[in-house]
Design a protein around this ligand. Structure first.
Ligand code: UD1
Ligand code: CA
Length: 466
């Protein structure tokens, strides 16, 4: 069968109800992020991509609300009341269904490196044989002392698809020397025949730790003469789970490498991948160049032919085509095409920078719109401001938006010239094509084409009357 087609009568169960105690965190493990994306979203996206339409997330009583907030209502949820082991979690997952699935896929919420390609191979392998009971995605020759180790019926060629005698769990094998050798390991991703799984889950004995292990099904099946197959399609890195913060860091490094490679293959130049951090949800246009020490995070979109960095941070923002952002920070803002920013500027949330604007050195913008082709070249603060098109903001000009109690807006209309060191005491409006002299403290509105200067600024006579 073709696994990219929607699989009917199938369900994907994601186990996310464990204690995650090795993280030593107040944050539930599935909500920790790797490459800016919550761990729980990796298996949800992966199963969806591979055609599994029905997904059940097994949550704990304490993380249900936060998982729901992150994943939303495209999946079903069920609560496992106590973390009694992975087999118990799967039983709870099945209990949430009002149908009997033919194919059940199970995976953990803490293995974000599993690739769609491996999952598709696993599904194809499982469904290639009628009545296959259980197929396990494994990786061979992996050094991972904390993972379940595969014991094959006929040890020999571990790269071959073949029957499994047992999975020996790390916590139950003590520190026998084989635990510290590379081995074939369980990635925690499985395909099951639905009816067989339902019949057998209840027969699993408790492990020495007191838990009910899903992996104990291998031994049960072997004893009953049911074939369980290990499919060694996963690369070694896919087996990496996140049990503690060191593993979170190791997994993040692999993700960063994959994401950088992806964008380079899409036509983005990354000068120094080792110091470039691009989150999973970011997109970047062709022929953009990312310079060293740059972080593109959250839901950021970068257009084509941009020059980003060195030393830039862009978070949850949209950057249009042909922009440059040098050594600057941009947060929750929208930058139109042909804008140049930096070095050392800071766009704070809700800023909209229209086409062709130049914001040079040390310019801070917050909750403001800067009209097309306007420029603020040198150390300014533009907060709560509406700056029209074609405005020149002189060096040191500042919107004094806060009176100690409330914030007020400043409006500067099209074509105005704001002289160096002008203080605009908000609320205030400078009309179109008006001019403020250097050092003005503008406390009152300036009419269109008006010229003001002084402290406080006063209206000067038109030039031809002087
Ligand atoms: C598990 C496997 C191991 C495999 C490894 C792959 C078992 C017994 N062991 O070990 O063979 O190599 O994954 O990463 O399955 N969970 C629940 N409810 C529970 C217990 C766990 O939902 O009662 C969830 C956890 O939140 C986690 C997943 O199941 O997402 C796996 O549990 P974890 O404790 O991390 O198992 P490992 O020790 O990593
Ligand atoms: Ca784990």
């Amino acid at each position: 069968m073709n696994a990219t087609q929607p699989l009917t009568h199938s369900v994907g169960i994601i186990l996310a109800a464990g204690h995650g105690s090795r993280m030593r965190s107040r944050i539930p493990k599935p909500l920790h992020t790797a490459a800016g994306k919550e761990l729980i979203r990796y298996p949800v996206d992966l199963l969806t991509k591979c055609g599994i339409k029905n997904i059940v997330v097994v949550a704990s009583p304490s993380n249900l609300a936060s998982l729901t907030a992150v994943v939303g209502d495209t999946v079903q949820y069920v609560v496992q009341p106590t973390a009694d082991g992975t087999a118990d979690a799967v039983s709870w997952g099945l209990s949430a269904l009002d149908y009997a699935p033919e194919l059940v896929m199970v995976m953990a919420a803490d293995t974000p490196l599993v690739r769609a390609k491996s999952l598709r191979l696993l599904i194809d392998e499982h469904t290639s044989v009628p009545n296959r009971r259980m197929t396990i995605l494994t990786a061979t020759d992996v050094f991972a002392p904390d993972l379940g180790r595969i014991e094959r019926v006929a040890p020999g060629d571990p790269s071959a698809v073949g029957p499994v005698a047992a999975i020996v769990e790390a916590r139950d094998r003590g520190d026998d020397s084989a635990s510290f050798e590379p081995a074939e390991v369980n990635t925690g991703v499985y395909c099951f025949d639905g009816p067989w799984l339902s019949r057998n889950l209840g027969s699993i004995p408790r492990a020495p730790s007191g838990e009910l292990y899903l992996t104990a099904l291998t031994k049960l099946a072997a004893q009953a003469g049911d074939e369980v197959v290990a499919a060694p399609f996963a690369w070694a890195d896919e087996a990496m789970g996140v049990n503690d913060r060191q593993q979170l860091s190791a997994v993040s490094t692999v993700l960063q490498d994959r994401i950088n490679s992806h964008w380079m293959l899409e036509g983005v130049t990354i000068i120094d991948p080792a110091t470039t951090y691009i989150d999973a949800d970011v997109t970047i246009g062709m022929d953009t160049v990312i310079r060293p020490n740059t972080m593109l995070s959250g839901q950021t979109i970068i257009g084509e032919e941009c020059e980003i960095g060195p030393n830039s941070v862009i978070h949850d923002s949209v950057v249009g085509e042909r922009c440059s952002v040098v050594a600057s920070t941009v947060e929750e803002s929208s930058i139109h095409a042909d804008v140049s920013i930096g070095p050392y500027s800071h766009l704070r949330p809700q800023s909209v920078i229209e086409r062709g604007v130049h914001l040079g050195n040390y310019v801070e913008v917050k909750n403001s719109r800067i009209g097309s082709s306007s420029a603020a070249g040198h150390f300014s603060y533009l907060g709560d401001a509406d700056i029209g098109p074609g405005v020149n903001i002189g060096a040191g000009a500042i919107t004094c938006n806060y009176d100690g109690v409330s914030k007020h807006r400043t409006t500067v209309e099209a074509g105005s010239f704001i002289g160096c060191d002008t203080m605009l005491i908000a609320p205030v409006t400078v009309g179109a094509r008006a001019l403020t002299g250097a050092g003005s403290v503008v406390t009152k509105d300036v009419p269109p084409a008006g010229r003001v200067a002084g402290v406080p600024a006063r209206l000067l006579a038109p030039p031809d009357e002087e």
